[in-house]
Each structure stands twice: as structure tokens, then as C-alpha cells.
Design a protein around this ligand. Structure first.
Ligand SMILES: [Zn+2]
Length: 229
């Protein structure tokens, strides 16, 4: 661990706490939302680095996460979930359409076979159906919205931070594969929903953090242009 491996501030109360150059090359970008009532870890890496992601989340928030929101069940996002659940007792949330992948450790649907890793099975505490929310404070929620396409149970989340609307849109870019249950038609509709949010900041799962609002919109539009029907 060198001195660059510390939480990276994205916006007020929001930090990047995992990723290829922070924790493990196989990890997605993981984020921590530090609210007075909830400390929400959004995705947790491929598994071998679970402890490192958790340590950075604790460093960022000063306390362990109270919630782990999994944007989908791919192993680079959800591989550390079982260990983080054991270590913290946090509430684990995932959408119903990806919950079985996590519960069974499905090697193909989780893309674990791509990574040569095993997904440790975990029963989520909260299985999301439609829109959801985690109360960050008495005034503010982390809103959770289904964005099927990359996988059937993909979700995005957003909250206000220091006057900015911050969108957590993991794997907005795809990829798409029959083995994942991908659906490009659903994905296009999901991307329109994200565009309508007019977020000021996009915290993406592999491509980094985009801002201001124009750059967020351009990135999502580019993905749509890359995957015309
Ligand atoms: Zn994915």
C-alpha cells in the first residue's frame, strides 16, 4: 500500500474507495456515500480485495458501511459482498432480477468465469423490485432506480451532494452478452431515464468520474451511439 491508496473525494461526502489502481486490477470503481444516517458502499470489487475496499470505506466515513448497494451481480462489482457482509453486518441490497445470481454464485451470469474467480453466494437483505431509496439524512435520500440492460437487475442510484446531483451509473457502457441476460432495447430505455436526471456528476464503474452535466450527457449519448439497434 502506498500513499496514493487513500479514499478519493468525488463530491461532498462521496468518495471513491475501490478500483483498479486503488485496490485490485479486477475491481470496478467502488464509491462510498457518507450520510449522517447511512454510510452506503456502492459496489465492492471482485472479492480478493474486499478487506482493502472496506478499509478505504471506513477511512472515508470514519465508520463501517451500514449498507452495501450492488448495482448488479457481476463479480467485479459484487465479489466482495459476502466478506463485507460478514465483517460489518451491513444491509446488502440488490435488484430482484440479479438476486438469484448472487444467491447461487452463478459463474456465467456473474461473469466470474471470465475472471477465473468464484462468486461466494450471498442472500441479500433487501431485494429491490421497482424504485428504492436509502435515507442518508432526514432530508436526503440515495434514490435507487432500475436500469435493466447490461444485466436484467442492473440499478443506478443518485443523491444530492453539496448542491450537485451525483449519479452512480455503473456499467453504463455495457458490455452486453447473452450470458449476462443483456437486453439492448431495455438498456436504451434505461439510458434515456439516466439522461432525464440531468446529473451534474456521473460516477461510472470503469471509466471514472464525469462532470459537469454536459460531459455526463455526452458520455451517455456516446454509449447510445455505439450501440445503435
Ligand atoms: Zn457488469
Amino acid at each position: 500500500m502506498n500513499e496514493t491508496r487513500e479514499p478519493r473525494k468525488v463530491a461532498a461526502g462521496i468518495y471513491m474507495v475501490g478500483g483498479p489502481d486503488l485496490t485490485d486490477p479486477r475491481d470496478c470503481l467502488c464509491y462510498l456515500v457518507d450520510g449522517p444516517q447511512a454510510k452506503v458502499l456502492i459496489d465492492c470489487g471482485a472479492g480478493p480485495s474486499a478487506r482493502a475496499v472496506l478499509d478505504l470505506a471506513i477511512e472515508a466515513a470514519g465508520a463501517p458501511p451500514t449498507h452495501l448497494l450492488l448495482t448488479h451481480a457481476h463479480i467485479d462489482h459484487a465479489g466482495g459482498a459476502a466478506e463485507i457482509k460478514r465483517s460489518t453486518g451491513c444491509q446488502v441490497l440488490i435488484h430482484a432480477e440479479d438476486a438469484q445470481v448472487l444467491a447461487t454464485g452463478d459463474l456465467k451470469r456473474s461473469a466470474a468465469d471470465w475472471y477465473g474467480l468464484a462468486l461466494e453466494p450471498l442472500e441479500a437483505d433487501q431485494v429491490l423490485e421497482g424504485d428504492g431509496a436509502i435515507a442518508l439524512s432526514e432530508q436526503e435520500d440515495l434514490a435507487i432506480i432500475p436500469t435493466p440492460g447490461h444485466t436484467p437487475g442492473s440499478v443506478a442510484a443518485w443523491c444530492m451532494a453539496g448542491g450537485l446531483k451525483v449519479l452512480f451509473g455503473q456499467d453504463v457502457h455495457g458490455p452486453f452478452a447473452p450470458a449476462f441476460g443483456s437486453d439492448l432495447g431495455q438498456w436504451r430505455a434505461s439510458m434515456q431515464r439516466l439522461l432525464e436526471l440531468e446529473a451534474d456528476v456521473l460516477a461510472e464503474g470503469h471509466f471514472g468520474v464525469f462532470r459537469p452535466a454536459d460531459e455526463v450527457s455526452v458520455f451517455i449519448q456516446e454509449q447510445l451511439a455505439n450501440h445503435q439497434g
